[in-house]
Design a protein around this ligand. Structure first.
Ligand code: GDP
Ligand code: MG
Length: 374
């Protein structure tokens, strides 16, 4: 573990502290046995003494544990079908939020306010006992950021195109994002209630952008919708469920949960509330969680729509989580660990690392250009 004292370095390396001190002195560094040395100094000593020692920092040791969790493969026999996670993408004002409002409002809470929100919303919608998880993001940045950080949660992209407006710059961006993510695209040709709209024009534009509608012999399903009248809503859900069945999304509910934080906030009365989507395994009340620089024991799980308490959240489930010590970032992955001390150590190391990175002026924000090259 580095940085560490000269005493523990010499013990770990199997050489006397006196020899370490002498070597340091030879390099012009006067130190005592309790002084701390960092990775670079340890490497210098190792080179000087011809030592073959493994100089793994604390950070990488801990992240190895996280990597092991990520890479732990499931037995085929443990996998069961899971519901698809669907994200709405498209040009601003083409109706992404309205479509989700319609789907939620008519099926779960009648009369839910449908205003434009700055939040990333994630809800479960039930269609004849079959579920779909919908994610609505305020813009592409959220989608881009999350994908660039390796936390892509989307199985299927619904590309929303207002029939009266057609393909616009952000529609083009959305198409390239969905293609880069390698997820199937279903088009919702929205605002079909507007008098005189002609679906031929946007569908011709689609073809020009490499998306040929299935009714024209291509492989992209186009559903004509209206978030105002409800036109095409059942068809949209059925189409998504069909795409989901074809792709056979699976997960293992009988393992510790892992997934991604969509957003989080600090509330005065309830503390930190984080919105997670579980990607594999089952998250339970009492689980020890680490997520970015945050950690804690899950105090409560609640339904993202109704606020009802939940005892556990299985694969593809969006859930609000309380019990973390600080709000994690959007796109931070979460993992369940065996004990709280381990979780604290990982979280603290990450926080320390990000602070020292900030101090040295290195930024970890990934640019749009970088994303496009991925
Ligand atoms: P977003 O930016 O893609 O989330 O778009 P919104 O859902 O906020 O919708 C933008 C505007 O279009 C709002 O004024 C909606 O009421 C309106 N709108 C959304 N869907 C439809 C639709 O199907 N038909 C009509 N006529 N208006 C719609
Ligand atoms: Mg919106």
């Amino acid at each position: 573990e580095l940085p560490c004292s000269i005493r523990s370095f010499s013990e770990a390396a199997g050489i006397s502290a006196a020899q370490v001190l002498k070597t340091l002195m030879g390099m012009g560094m006067m130190m005592n046995i309790n002084a701390q040395i960092d990775q670079g100094t340890a490497e210098l000593i190792a080179a000087e003494l011809d030592l073959e020692i493994s100089l793994k920092s604390q950070t990488s040791l801990e992240e190895d544990l996280i990597d092991q969790i990520e890479e732990r493969a499931d037995e085929e026999a443990d996998l069961v079908p899971r519901q698809p996670i669907v994200t709405f993408l498209g040009h601003v004002d083409h109706g992404k939020t309205s479509l989700l409002d319609y789907l939620i409002g008519t099926r779960i809470v009648k009369g839910e306010a449908g205003g434009i929100t700055q939040h990333i919303r994630a809800y479960e919608v039930d269609k004849d006992g079959r579920k779909i998880t919908f994610v609505d993001t305020p813009g592409h940045e959220a989608f881009t950021e999350m994908r660039a950080r390796g936390a892509n949660v989307t199985d299927i992209a619904v590309l929303v195109i207002a029939a009266d407006d057609g393909i616009m710059p952000q529609t083009e961006e959305a198409i390239s994002h969905a293609k880069a993510a390698g997820v199937p695209i279903v088009v919702a040709l929205n605002k079909m209630d507007i008098p005189g709209v002609d679906s031929n024009r946007p569908m011709t534009q689609m073809t020009e952008h490499g998306l040929t509608p299935s009714e024209w012999g291509g492989d992209v399903e186009v559903v004509r919708t209206s978030a105002t009248t409800g036109l095409g809503m059942d068809e949209l859900l059925d189409t998504l469920l069909t795409v989901s069945e074809l792709n056979e999304y699976k997960a293992n509910p009988n393992r510790d949960a892992l997934g991604v934080c969509l957003e989080s906030e600090q509330q005065a009365d309830r503390g930190v509330i984080a919105k997670f989507v579980v990607q594999n395994g089952t998250l339970k009340v009492g689980d020890v969680v680490v997520c970015g620089p945050a950690h804690g024991r899950v105090k409560a799980l609640t339904d993202t729509l109704t606020g009802e308490p939940m005892r556990e959240a299985g694969p593809s489930t969006p859930v609000n989580v309380t019990g973390l010590d600080q709000p994690p970032g959007a796109g931070d992955r979460f993992h369940v660990l065996d004990n709280i001390a381990e979780a604290r150590e990982i979280a603290e190391t990450r926080e320390f690392d990000s602070k020292s990175q900030n101090l040295s002026g290195i930024t970890t924000k990934v640019s749009f250009e970088h994303f496009q090259q991925l």
